[in-house]
Design a protein around this ligand. Structure first.
Ligand code: NAG
Ligand code: NAG
Ligand code: NAG
Length: 364
């Protein structure tokens, strides 16, 4: 480990945050130990490792891009002007920008430069007792991330010892300490040691479950990891302006008699919950009604698979009115409806559809 001692500025900041985090965790361990409660859990905290950064390859444990996928990958250093459609990374399921890799054979396989070199093994503060192993082939129906509780069909880190501990790439590589601009930019939020806290999230007002962050200065400010990572602005095609994340009550307070409704689902917006809004058009949106951040936002759509009940390849799509209208599932023969898991496989040429759950039995 004594080989490279050059630290970039970013690494230094990470290091300082990590030391702060360790100090805080140790302080808590001290308190818990005096209480005499759950010492076994407290012990494991001391052996936690920091998350490894994408780029720190000095320990040689990172994946080799040529082994992560079955076909040769092509490296792109800059944007190819002709291909300006939005590509999604198969590892982290976020939009891809250069440098990135594409597959020489699969038309819809992309990886960020850094996602092609993810460490094969990580230690994660939310599961300090075991290492997590990188899997570049998730089951076709995806998995549920224990950190953010979103379904994901990208790469996964999972525990070999515990049956049910899998994280998506975003939750695997988040920092143990963050700041949150809309809260107070000088307050540091630490990842909590517990995955279930019997308190409400300051963003969505539901019980804290999964990876959570707690403000070190304000005891009441706690967030789910998914809520902590919500972007400051998002777009929705119902509004021509960027929508801003609203985290504070509007000036002058809400008028108790007024009710506000989401532009997409037309259901009421709870005044306790953060929302997205356009101040020019006076439109409000639920977080879960914006596709780029909703419950299905970690599902990479558009990939084609073959099934034994239809001749052409079928494509993974969100179920919407036009996908569902008048169509029956090619497996269970029930009508395709909105809802449930929200996904379907379709062949748009043949007017053929399958529930995602039904497709399970039919993959080649
Ligand atoms: C939008 O979110 C903010 C912050 O939680 C809240 O104060 C406000 O009341 C919400 N707006 C509506 C219309 O519910
Ligand atoms: C609150 O709503 C009432 C009834 O719609 C309206 O008369 C009043 O001006 C509103 N107050 C504020 C502060 O917006
Ligand atoms: C419904 O989904 C299909 C397939 O993803 C898409 O082509 C179409 O534009 C969507 N329709 C609407 C109204 O969103």
């Amino acid at each position: 480990m004594a080989t490279k001692f050059y630290l970039s500025r970013r690494l230094k900041i990470r290091l300082v945050l990590f030391i702060l985090w360790r100090l805080q965790q140790q302080a808590r361990v001290g308190i818990r130990a005096r209480d005499g409660s759950r010492e076994g859990e407290a012990q494991s905290v001391l052996s936690m490792q920091p998350l490894r950064a994408y780029a720190s390859s000095s320990d040689g444990g990172d994946s080799d891009p040529s082994k992560i996928h079955e076909h040769p990958l092509i490296f792109h250093e800059s944007e190819d002007v002709k291909q300006s459609y939005r590509r999604v990374c198969n590892a982290c399921v976020q939009y891809v920008s250069p440098p990135f890799y594409s597959c020489s054979e699969c038309p819809d396989f992309f990886l960020h430069g850094c996602c092609a070199r993810l460490p094969e093994l990580i230690r994660h503060p939310a599961h300090a007792e075991h290492s997590l192993v990188l899997h570049s082939k998730a089951p076709k129906t995806g998995f549920s991330c224990r950190g953010c509780h979103l379904r994901c069909n990208g790469f996964a880190y999972s525990c070999e010892n515990c049956d049910d501990f899998t994280l998506d790439v975003v939750c695997s590589l988040i920092n143990p300490a963050i700041t949150h601009k809309p809260h107070k930019s000088t307050h540091i939020l630490f990842m909590s040691r517990s995955m279930i806290i019997d308190e409400k999230c300051s963003c969505c007002a539901s019980i804290l479950n999964g990876i959570c962050y707690e403000c070190s200065s304000c005891p009441i400010f706690k967030l789910h990891v998914r809520c902590a990572l919500l972007p400051k602005t998002v777009r929705h095609y119902y509004d021509q302006h960027p929508l801003r994340l609203t985290t504070n009550a509007p000036e002058g307070g809400t008028n108790g008699t007024d009710e506000f409704f989401c532009e997409v689902c037309e259901e009421r917006i709870d005044i306790e919950q953060w929302n997205y809004s356009c101040s020019k058009c006076y439109q409000l949106f639920h977080v879960d009604c914006i596709p780029s951040i909703d419950q299905l936002s970690r599902i990479k759509l558009g990939s084609h698979v073959r099934v034994d009940v239809h001749g052409c390849p079928v494509e993974l799509v969100r179920r919407n009115d036009s996908v569902c209208s008048g169509r029956k599932c090619g497996s269970c023969h029930e009508a395709l409806r909105l809802g449930d898991d929200g996904l379907a496989y379709e062949c748009s040429n043949c007017f053929f559809g399958l529930h995602q759950n039904c497709a399970n039995k039919h993959f080649f």
